[in-house]
Design a binder for this molecule. Sequence first.
Ligand code: HEC
Length: 434
Amino acid sequence: MSLKWLAVIAAGTAWAGPVYHGGVEDVFARRCVVCHQAGGIGPMQLGTYAQVRPWARAIREAVLERTMPPWSADSSVGVRFRNDRTLSAEERQAIVDWVDAGAAEGPAVVETKMVPGGTGPMAEARRAPDLVVKIPGFPVPASGVVEYTFLVTPVRIEQDEWIERAEWKVQHPEVIHHINAFIRPTGSSYVAEAPAGKFYVASGSERSARRPDEAEIDRRELLVGYEPGYRPEPWGAGRAKLLRKDADIVFEMHYTPNGHAVTDYSELDIYLAREAPRERVITIAPADAQLQIPAGDADYRSEATATFTQPVTLISLQPHMHLRGKAYRMTLVYPDGRRQLLLSVPHYDFHWQTTYFLAEPMRLPKGAAIECVAEYDNSPNNPNNPDPKKTVRWGDQSWEEMNIGFLEAAIPAGGDADVAVLSGTTKPAPGGGR
Ligand code: HEC
Protein backbone atom coordinates (compact mmCIF):
# COMPACT_ATOMS: atom_id res chain seq x y z
CA MET A 1 0.00 0.00 0.00
CA SER A 2 1.37 3.42 -0.93
CA LEU A 3 1.96 6.01 1.72
CA LYS A 4 0.91 9.05 -0.27
CA TRP A 5 -0.87 11.55 1.87
CA LEU A 6 -4.55 11.57 1.52
CA ALA A 7 -5.93 14.92 0.45
CA VAL A 8 -9.39 15.07 1.85
CA ILE A 9 -11.89 17.70 0.75
CA ALA A 10 -14.27 18.38 3.60
CA ALA A 11 -17.00 21.05 3.38
CA GLY A 12 -15.13 22.96 0.72
CA THR A 13 -11.84 23.07 2.65
CA ALA A 14 -8.78 21.51 1.10
CA TRP A 15 -6.75 19.59 3.65
CA ALA A 16 -3.46 18.33 2.33
CA GLY A 17 -0.31 17.18 4.10
CA PRO A 18 0.78 14.61 6.61
CA VAL A 19 -2.17 13.56 8.75
CA TYR A 20 -2.85 10.57 10.94
CA HIS A 21 -6.05 9.18 9.43
CA GLY A 22 -5.36 7.54 6.12
CA GLY A 23 -1.64 8.34 6.54
CA VAL A 24 0.70 7.17 9.30
CA GLU A 25 -2.20 5.39 11.01
CA ASP A 26 -1.54 2.50 8.67
CA VAL A 27 2.18 2.36 9.56
CA PHE A 28 1.38 2.20 13.28
CA ALA A 29 -1.26 -0.47 12.68
CA ARG A 30 1.10 -2.67 10.69
CA ARG A 31 4.35 -2.09 12.53
CA CYS A 32 3.68 -1.10 16.13
CA VAL A 33 0.28 -2.25 17.42
CA VAL A 34 1.32 -5.91 17.69
CA CYS A 35 3.26 -4.89 20.84
CA HIS A 36 1.72 -1.51 21.66
CA GLN A 37 -1.82 -2.64 22.47
CA ALA A 38 -3.79 -3.39 25.62
CA GLY A 39 -1.97 -6.19 27.44
CA GLY A 40 0.94 -6.05 24.98
CA ILE A 41 4.57 -5.80 26.02
CA GLY A 42 4.95 -2.20 24.84
CA PRO A 43 4.67 0.35 27.67
CA MET A 44 1.86 2.29 25.96
CA GLN A 45 -0.82 1.71 23.34
CA LEU A 46 -0.45 3.08 19.82
CA GLY A 47 -3.79 2.05 18.36
CA THR A 48 -5.62 5.39 18.08
CA TYR A 49 -4.74 9.03 17.40
CA ALA A 50 -5.37 9.94 21.06
CA GLN A 51 -2.94 7.22 22.15
CA VAL A 52 -0.25 8.09 19.64
CA ARG A 53 -0.32 11.89 19.85
CA PRO A 54 1.33 12.35 23.29
CA TRP A 55 4.22 10.12 22.15
CA ALA A 56 4.87 11.87 18.83
CA ARG A 57 8.30 13.27 19.81
CA ALA A 58 9.47 10.03 21.42
CA ILE A 59 8.24 8.08 18.40
CA ARG A 60 10.17 10.33 16.01
CA GLU A 61 13.33 9.75 18.02
CA ALA A 62 12.80 6.01 18.38
CA VAL A 63 12.28 5.43 14.65
CA LEU A 64 15.21 7.66 13.66
CA GLU A 65 17.52 5.92 16.11
CA ARG A 66 16.06 2.61 14.93
CA THR A 67 15.40 1.42 18.45
CA MET A 68 11.78 0.89 17.36
CA PRO A 69 10.47 -1.41 16.10
CA PRO A 70 13.00 -3.64 17.90
CA TRP A 71 14.96 -5.91 15.55
CA SER A 72 18.31 -7.33 16.62
CA ALA A 73 19.66 -8.51 13.27
CA ASP A 74 21.73 -6.39 10.90
CA SER A 75 19.35 -6.10 7.93
CA SER A 76 22.14 -4.88 5.63
CA VAL A 77 23.92 -8.27 5.57
CA GLY A 78 22.86 -11.89 5.25
CA VAL A 79 19.63 -13.09 3.67
CA ARG A 80 16.24 -11.35 3.84
CA PHE A 81 13.75 -12.40 6.49
CA ARG A 82 9.98 -12.47 6.04
CA ASN A 83 9.33 -11.21 9.57
CA ASP A 84 11.90 -8.37 9.50
CA ARG A 85 10.32 -5.63 11.63
CA THR A 86 12.62 -2.89 10.33
CA LEU A 87 10.73 0.07 8.87
CA SER A 88 11.27 0.83 5.20
CA ALA A 89 12.90 4.19 4.48
CA GLU A 90 9.50 5.36 3.20
CA GLU A 91 7.67 4.36 6.39
CA ARG A 92 10.31 5.98 8.60
CA GLN A 93 10.17 9.20 6.60
CA ALA A 94 6.37 9.24 6.72
CA ILE A 95 6.45 9.18 10.53
CA VAL A 96 9.16 11.84 10.75
CA ASP A 97 7.36 14.14 8.29
CA TRP A 98 4.11 13.72 10.13
CA VAL A 99 5.64 14.64 13.50
CA ASP A 100 7.58 17.57 12.01
CA ALA A 101 4.38 18.94 10.46
CA GLY A 102 2.68 19.01 13.86
CA ALA A 103 1.31 15.47 14.21
CA ALA A 104 -2.16 16.45 12.95
CA GLU A 105 -5.12 14.11 13.15
CA GLY A 106 -6.91 15.07 9.92
CA PRO A 107 -10.54 14.28 9.29
CA ALA A 108 -11.47 10.73 10.14
CA VAL A 109 -11.73 8.58 7.07
CA VAL A 110 -14.74 6.33 6.92
CA GLU A 111 -13.46 2.87 6.20
CA THR A 112 -15.33 0.08 4.54
CA LYS A 113 -13.93 -3.20 5.75
CA MET A 114 -14.39 -6.43 3.85
CA VAL A 115 -16.19 -8.96 5.99
CA PRO A 116 -14.65 -12.36 5.32
CA GLY A 117 -17.11 -14.65 3.57
CA GLY A 118 -18.47 -17.90 4.97
CA THR A 119 -16.60 -20.17 2.56
CA GLY A 120 -13.24 -20.35 0.84
CA PRO A 121 -9.76 -19.88 2.29
CA MET A 122 -10.85 -17.34 4.92
CA ALA A 123 -13.34 -19.79 6.38
CA GLU A 124 -10.62 -22.44 6.38
CA ALA A 125 -8.29 -20.04 8.17
CA ARG A 126 -10.94 -19.48 10.84
CA ARG A 127 -11.62 -23.16 11.48
CA ALA A 128 -11.37 -24.32 15.07
CA PRO A 129 -8.09 -25.89 16.17
CA ASP A 130 -7.96 -29.69 16.33
CA LEU A 131 -5.92 -29.77 19.53
CA VAL A 132 -5.58 -27.09 22.19
CA VAL A 133 -2.82 -27.33 24.76
CA LYS A 134 -3.61 -24.91 27.53
CA ILE A 135 -1.54 -23.75 30.48
CA PRO A 136 -3.79 -24.57 33.45
CA GLY A 137 -3.28 -21.25 35.24
CA PHE A 138 0.36 -20.46 35.96
CA PRO A 139 0.67 -18.12 38.96
CA VAL A 140 3.12 -15.37 37.98
CA PRO A 141 4.04 -13.37 41.09
CA ALA A 142 4.33 -9.57 41.08
CA SER A 143 8.09 -9.69 41.58
CA GLY A 144 11.09 -11.95 41.97
CA VAL A 145 12.57 -14.54 39.64
CA VAL A 146 10.40 -17.32 38.24
CA GLU A 147 12.49 -20.33 37.41
CA TYR A 148 12.20 -22.06 34.06
CA THR A 149 9.12 -24.23 34.35
CA PHE A 150 8.15 -27.26 32.31
CA LEU A 151 4.69 -28.58 31.59
CA VAL A 152 4.28 -32.02 30.01
CA THR A 153 0.97 -32.69 28.28
CA PRO A 154 0.43 -36.19 26.85
CA VAL A 155 -1.41 -35.96 23.51
CA ARG A 156 -2.71 -39.52 22.94
CA ILE A 157 -4.35 -39.44 19.54
CA GLU A 158 -5.52 -42.46 17.55
CA GLN A 159 -2.95 -42.29 14.78
CA ASP A 160 0.12 -40.33 13.78
CA GLU A 161 -0.91 -36.90 12.47
CA TRP A 162 0.64 -33.99 10.61
CA ILE A 163 0.61 -30.53 12.17
CA GLU A 164 -0.05 -27.94 9.51
CA ARG A 165 -0.09 -24.92 11.83
CA ALA A 166 0.63 -24.39 15.51
CA GLU A 167 -0.23 -20.94 16.86
CA TRP A 168 0.11 -19.32 20.24
CA LYS A 169 -2.76 -17.49 21.86
CA VAL A 170 -1.02 -15.96 24.82
CA GLN A 171 -2.98 -14.33 27.55
CA HIS A 172 -0.34 -12.29 29.35
CA PRO A 173 2.37 -11.24 26.87
CA GLU A 174 3.54 -8.61 29.36
CA VAL A 175 5.05 -11.30 31.62
CA ILE A 176 6.04 -13.94 29.08
CA HIS A 177 9.70 -13.83 28.16
CA HIS A 178 9.30 -16.85 25.93
CA ILE A 179 7.60 -20.24 25.79
CA ASN A 180 8.88 -23.05 23.65
CA ALA A 181 6.61 -25.95 22.75
CA PHE A 182 8.44 -29.19 22.00
CA ILE A 183 7.19 -32.46 20.57
CA ARG A 184 8.60 -35.26 22.73
CA PRO A 185 8.44 -38.82 21.42
CA THR A 186 7.80 -41.70 23.84
CA GLY A 187 10.89 -43.02 25.56
CA SER A 188 12.69 -39.69 25.23
CA SER A 189 15.15 -38.62 27.91
CA TYR A 190 14.03 -34.97 27.70
CA VAL A 191 12.71 -33.91 31.15
CA ALA A 192 11.79 -37.59 31.50
CA GLU A 193 11.39 -37.22 35.26
CA ALA A 194 8.70 -34.51 35.03
CA PRO A 195 5.21 -35.61 36.11
CA ALA A 196 2.56 -35.12 33.38
CA GLY A 197 0.13 -32.23 33.74
CA LYS A 198 2.00 -30.52 36.60
CA PHE A 199 4.27 -27.50 36.59
CA TYR A 200 7.79 -28.76 37.04
CA VAL A 201 10.99 -26.96 37.94
CA ALA A 202 14.33 -28.72 37.94
CA SER A 203 17.89 -27.68 38.33
CA GLY A 204 20.20 -28.65 35.49
CA SER A 205 21.77 -31.43 37.54
CA GLU A 206 18.46 -33.21 38.14
CA ARG A 207 17.54 -33.13 34.49
CA SER A 208 17.98 -36.31 32.52
CA ALA A 209 20.80 -35.99 30.03
CA ARG A 210 20.53 -37.04 26.42
CA ARG A 211 21.36 -40.70 26.01
CA PRO A 212 24.34 -41.37 23.74
CA ASP A 213 22.23 -43.65 21.51
CA GLU A 214 19.49 -41.06 21.13
CA ALA A 215 19.24 -38.98 17.94
CA GLU A 216 18.45 -35.35 18.70
CA ILE A 217 15.17 -35.57 16.74
CA ASP A 218 14.13 -38.62 18.84
CA ARG A 219 14.67 -36.71 22.03
CA ARG A 220 12.64 -33.59 21.36
CA GLU A 221 11.75 -31.31 18.50
CA LEU A 222 10.89 -27.64 18.74
CA LEU A 223 7.33 -27.26 17.45
CA VAL A 224 6.91 -23.52 17.79
CA GLY A 225 8.28 -20.83 20.05
CA TYR A 226 6.56 -17.75 21.42
CA GLU A 227 8.60 -14.59 21.88
CA PRO A 228 7.82 -10.85 22.22
CA GLY A 229 6.28 -9.50 19.02
CA TYR A 230 5.31 -13.03 17.98
CA ARG A 231 3.09 -13.50 14.98
CA PRO A 232 2.22 -16.83 13.41
CA GLU A 233 4.49 -17.72 10.47
CA PRO A 234 3.33 -20.60 8.27
CA TRP A 235 5.88 -23.20 7.16
CA GLY A 236 4.54 -23.09 3.61
CA ALA A 237 1.97 -25.01 1.56
CA GLY A 238 2.33 -28.78 1.63
CA ARG A 239 4.63 -28.71 4.68
CA ALA A 240 3.85 -30.01 8.15
CA LYS A 241 5.45 -31.33 11.32
CA LEU A 242 4.93 -34.93 12.38
CA LEU A 243 3.07 -35.64 15.60
CA ARG A 244 3.30 -39.28 16.59
CA LYS A 245 0.25 -40.69 18.28
CA ASP A 246 1.85 -41.32 21.65
CA ALA A 247 3.96 -38.15 21.78
CA ASP A 248 3.83 -35.47 24.45
CA ILE A 249 3.84 -31.73 24.03
CA VAL A 250 6.29 -30.15 26.46
CA PHE A 251 6.15 -26.45 27.25
CA GLU A 252 9.29 -24.79 28.50
CA MET A 253 8.08 -21.56 30.05
CA HIS A 254 9.99 -18.49 31.06
CA TYR A 255 7.99 -15.82 32.89
CA THR A 256 9.34 -12.43 33.91
CA PRO A 257 7.32 -10.68 36.65
CA ASN A 258 6.49 -7.04 35.94
CA GLY A 259 4.94 -5.70 39.15
CA HIS A 260 1.44 -7.16 38.78
CA ALA A 261 0.63 -10.72 39.83
CA VAL A 262 -1.34 -12.58 37.15
CA THR A 263 -2.45 -16.13 36.46
CA ASP A 264 -1.62 -17.23 32.94
CA TYR A 265 -3.87 -19.43 30.83
CA SER A 266 -2.07 -19.06 27.51
CA GLU A 267 -2.72 -21.74 24.92
CA LEU A 268 -1.23 -23.38 21.87
CA ASP A 269 -3.70 -24.10 19.06
CA ILE A 270 -2.78 -27.00 16.82
CA TYR A 271 -4.31 -27.47 13.37
CA LEU A 272 -3.85 -30.87 11.77
CA ALA A 273 -3.34 -31.26 8.03
CA ARG A 274 -6.39 -32.53 6.14
CA GLU A 275 -4.14 -34.10 3.49
CA ALA A 276 -0.76 -35.78 3.72
CA PRO A 277 1.95 -33.14 3.22
CA ARG A 278 4.63 -33.27 0.55
CA GLU A 279 7.33 -32.29 3.00
CA ARG A 280 8.08 -32.79 6.65
CA VAL A 281 9.39 -29.82 8.60
CA ILE A 282 11.91 -30.69 11.28
CA THR A 283 13.78 -28.60 13.79
CA ILE A 284 17.38 -29.41 14.51
CA ALA A 285 19.44 -27.83 17.20
CA PRO A 286 23.23 -27.65 16.87
CA ALA A 287 24.56 -26.72 20.29
CA ASP A 288 27.81 -26.34 22.18
CA ALA A 289 27.15 -27.86 25.59
CA GLN A 290 30.87 -27.81 26.41
CA LEU A 291 31.11 -24.06 26.64
CA GLN A 292 32.96 -22.72 29.62
CA ILE A 293 33.26 -18.96 29.83
CA PRO A 294 36.04 -17.74 32.13
CA ALA A 295 35.18 -15.12 34.75
CA GLY A 296 35.65 -11.62 33.39
CA ASP A 297 36.21 -12.72 29.77
CA ALA A 298 34.78 -10.03 27.47
CA ASP A 299 35.26 -11.93 24.25
CA TYR A 300 34.53 -15.63 24.50
CA ARG A 301 33.55 -17.53 21.40
CA SER A 302 31.68 -20.80 20.99
CA GLU A 303 30.79 -22.62 17.82
CA ALA A 304 28.18 -25.23 16.95
CA THR A 305 27.74 -26.78 13.53
CA ALA A 306 25.11 -28.81 11.71
CA THR A 307 26.44 -30.70 8.67
CA PHE A 308 23.65 -32.03 6.47
CA THR A 309 23.81 -35.66 5.37
CA GLN A 310 21.08 -35.13 2.76
CA PRO A 311 19.64 -32.15 0.84
CA VAL A 312 17.18 -30.02 2.85
CA THR A 313 15.23 -26.79 2.40
CA LEU A 314 16.13 -24.28 5.09
CA ILE A 315 13.13 -22.35 6.49
CA SER A 316 14.13 -20.50 9.67
CA LEU A 317 16.96 -19.69 12.09
CA GLN A 318 16.80 -19.00 15.82
CA PRO A 319 19.93 -18.13 17.78
CA HIS A 320 19.70 -18.81 21.50
CA MET A 321 22.02 -17.55 24.21
CA HIS A 322 21.39 -16.05 27.65
CA LEU A 323 22.39 -12.85 29.46
CA ARG A 324 26.08 -12.94 28.56
CA GLY A 325 25.32 -13.38 24.85
CA LYS A 326 26.89 -10.57 22.85
CA ALA A 327 26.70 -11.40 19.14
CA TYR A 328 25.62 -14.29 16.93
CA ARG A 329 26.32 -15.25 13.35
CA MET A 330 25.03 -18.11 11.24
CA THR A 331 27.01 -18.93 8.11
CA LEU A 332 26.25 -21.44 5.40
CA VAL A 333 29.30 -23.38 4.23
CA TYR A 334 28.87 -25.22 0.93
CA PRO A 335 30.59 -28.57 0.37
CA ASP A 336 33.14 -26.80 -1.88
CA GLY A 337 34.05 -24.44 0.96
CA ARG A 338 32.18 -21.40 -0.32
CA ARG A 339 30.74 -19.38 2.57
CA GLN A 340 27.57 -17.31 2.75
CA LEU A 341 26.57 -15.27 5.78
CA LEU A 342 22.89 -15.93 6.54
CA LEU A 343 22.32 -13.95 9.72
CA SER A 344 24.27 -11.51 11.84
CA VAL A 345 22.97 -10.30 15.19
CA PRO A 346 25.58 -7.72 16.19
CA HIS A 347 23.97 -6.75 19.51
CA TYR A 348 22.26 -9.84 20.83
CA ASP A 349 19.54 -9.12 23.35
CA PHE A 350 18.30 -11.93 25.58
CA HIS A 351 14.99 -10.13 25.95
CA TRP A 352 14.31 -10.33 22.21
CA GLN A 353 14.43 -14.01 21.32
CA THR A 354 13.65 -14.06 17.61
CA THR A 355 12.99 -16.71 15.01
CA TYR A 356 14.18 -15.45 11.65
CA PHE A 357 12.04 -16.77 8.78
CA LEU A 358 13.83 -16.77 5.44
CA ALA A 359 11.94 -14.71 2.86
CA GLU A 360 13.04 -17.31 0.31
CA PRO A 361 13.57 -20.78 1.81
CA MET A 362 16.96 -22.10 0.63
CA ARG A 363 17.74 -25.44 -0.92
CA LEU A 364 20.94 -26.80 0.65
CA PRO A 365 22.91 -29.65 -0.92
CA LYS A 366 24.09 -32.73 0.93
CA GLY A 367 27.32 -31.89 2.73
CA ALA A 368 26.38 -28.25 3.35
CA ALA A 369 26.93 -27.02 6.91
CA ILE A 370 25.59 -24.23 9.05
CA GLU A 371 28.07 -22.72 11.47
CA CYS A 372 26.58 -21.03 14.51
CA VAL A 373 29.10 -18.72 16.15
CA ALA A 374 28.19 -17.24 19.51
CA GLU A 375 30.14 -14.54 21.31
CA TYR A 376 29.80 -13.77 24.99
CA ASP A 377 30.76 -10.92 27.29
CA ASN A 378 31.35 -12.13 30.84
CA SER A 379 33.04 -8.90 31.90
CA PRO A 380 31.70 -6.25 34.30
CA ASN A 381 31.13 -4.01 31.26
CA ASN A 382 28.14 -6.11 30.23
CA PRO A 383 25.22 -4.41 32.03
CA ASN A 384 23.16 -7.64 31.87
CA ASN A 385 25.89 -9.78 33.43
CA PRO A 386 24.53 -11.36 36.63
CA ASP A 387 28.04 -12.10 37.95
CA PRO A 388 31.33 -11.39 36.13
CA LYS A 389 33.28 -13.28 38.81
CA LYS A 390 31.82 -16.65 37.84
CA THR A 391 33.00 -19.18 35.29
CA VAL A 392 29.89 -19.93 33.29
CA ARG A 393 28.83 -23.29 31.92
CA TRP A 394 25.88 -24.74 30.03
CA GLY A 395 22.50 -24.62 31.81
CA ASP A 396 18.82 -23.65 31.53
CA GLN A 397 18.86 -20.71 33.86
CA SER A 398 19.54 -17.26 32.51
CA TRP A 399 22.65 -16.99 34.73
CA GLU A 400 24.01 -20.10 33.03
CA GLU A 401 24.68 -20.11 29.28
CA MET A 402 23.70 -21.76 26.04
CA ASN A 403 24.67 -21.72 22.42
CA ILE A 404 21.88 -23.27 20.37
CA GLY A 405 21.23 -22.46 16.74
CA PHE A 406 17.73 -23.80 16.12
CA LEU A 407 17.17 -24.51 12.42
CA GLU A 408 13.89 -25.42 10.74
CA ALA A 409 14.24 -27.40 7.53
CA ALA A 410 11.99 -29.33 5.17
CA ILE A 411 12.69 -32.86 3.89
CA PRO A 412 10.51 -35.24 1.81
CA ALA A 413 7.53 -36.34 3.95
CA GLY A 414 8.63 -39.98 4.15
CA GLY A 415 12.34 -39.21 4.48
CA ASP A 416 14.77 -40.01 7.25
CA ALA A 417 14.59 -37.20 9.81
CA ASP A 418 18.11 -37.75 11.08
CA VAL A 419 19.47 -35.26 8.54
CA ALA A 420 22.49 -33.70 10.14
CA VAL A 421 25.60 -34.39 12.12
CA LEU A 422 25.73 -31.92 14.96
CA SER A 423 28.90 -30.78 16.66
CA GLY A 424 29.90 -28.14 19.14
CA THR A 425 33.33 -26.78 19.82
CA THR A 426 34.51 -24.11 22.11
CA LYS A 427 37.19 -21.82 20.84
CA PRO A 428 38.52 -19.03 22.97
CA ALA A 429 38.73 -15.90 20.84
CA PRO A 430 42.19 -14.86 19.72
CA GLY A 431 43.64 -12.94 22.63
CA GLY A 432 40.60 -13.76 24.76
CA GLY A 433 40.11 -16.67 27.13
CA ARG A 434 42.75 -17.78 29.53
C1 HEC B 1 8.05 -6.36 19.05
C2 HEC B 1 7.40 -5.45 19.95
C3 HEC B 1 7.40 -3.98 19.61
C4 HEC B 1 7.13 -3.40 18.41
C5 HEC B 1 6.76 -4.07 17.09
C6 HEC B 1 7.24 -1.98 18.62
N1 HEC B 1 7.57 -1.71 19.92
FE1 HEC B 1 7.89 0.13 20.74
N2 HEC B 1 8.38 -0.74 22.51
C7 HEC B 1 8.32 -2.08 22.79
C8 HEC B 1 8.77 -2.30 24.15
C9 HEC B 1 8.84 -3.64 24.86
C10 HEC B 1 9.11 -1.04 24.68
C11 HEC B 1 9.64 -0.72 26.08
C12 HEC B 1 10.99 -1.28 26.32
C13 HEC B 1 12.01 -0.76 25.38
O1 HEC B 1 12.14 0.49 25.28
O2 HEC B 1 12.70 -1.56 24.74
C14 HEC B 1 8.86 -0.08 23.62
C15 HEC B 1 9.09 1.27 23.74
C16 HEC B 1 8.77 2.22 22.77
C17 HEC B 1 8.98 3.64 22.91
C18 HEC B 1 9.62 4.31 24.10
C19 HEC B 1 8.63 4.61 25.13
C20 HEC B 1 9.28 5.39 26.26
O3 HEC B 1 9.01 5.05 27.40
O4 HEC B 1 10.06 6.29 25.96
C21 HEC B 1 8.50 4.22 21.77
C22 HEC B 1 8.47 5.71 21.47
C23 HEC B 1 8.03 3.17 20.92
N3 HEC B 1 8.20 1.97 21.55
C24 HEC B 1 7.48 3.36 19.66
C25 HEC B 1 7.24 2.33 18.76
C26 HEC B 1 6.80 2.55 17.41
C27 HEC B 1 6.52 3.90 16.79
C28 HEC B 1 6.69 1.31 16.83
C29 HEC B 1 6.31 1.00 15.42
C30 HEC B 1 6.95 1.75 14.38
C31 HEC B 1 7.04 0.34 17.84
N4 HEC B 1 7.36 0.99 19.00
C32 HEC B 1 7.04 -1.04 17.62
C33 HEC B 1 7.94 -3.08 21.92
C34 HEC B 1 7.67 -2.89 20.57
